[in-house]
Design a protein around this ligand. Structure first.
Ligand SMILES: [Zn+2]
Ligand SMILES: [Zn+2]
Length: 127
């Protein structure tokens, strides 16, 4: 009998957690919609009528710096072609910001060719 009660309590906790998650998700969605409607400017080319889906947001603190996809790719590409792939040289291109660009960000936004080049350089550095 006790076991059943415990199970019931666990089920209830789970249901409450799900509700909280759903609430958070809908809040996030609303915030996302507001963001989608907004214009953003690129930290590199200074175009100021960009929508979020044309941009890349880096994980800088407290606010992620944003760049248009083209600028970000061009920036990474030139760094990679100069073999500057350590986290201290391949960082957010915003002035004074030293947040390293993560391998996940690179993989998600670079062309396959550029990313492979990047991987080759980083592997070579580790050895
Ligand atoms: Zn740009
Ligand atoms: Zn930054």
């Amino acid at each position: 009998m006790e076991e059943e009660e415990e199970q019931e309590a666990a089920r209830q906790r789970e249901a409450e957690e799900m509700q909280t998650l759903a609430l958070l998700a809908s809040e996030q969605k609303e915030r996302q919609l507001a963001l989608d409607a907004q214009d953003f400017s690129c930290g590199l080319c200074l175009a100021d009528d960009l929508k979020l889906d044309q941009m890349i947001t880096l994980s800088c603190e407290p606010v992620g710096h944003r760049f248009c996809t083209e600028c970000f790719q061009g920036y990474c590409k030139s760094k990679i072609s100069e073999a500057q792939v350590s986290t201290s040289s391949l960082h957010c291109p915003s002035l004074g910001c030293k947040t390293p660009i993560t391998i996940h960000e690179m993989k998600a936004h670079l062309s396959e060719e550029d990313f492979e080049k990047y991987e080759r350089f980083t592997l070579r550095k580790v050895k």
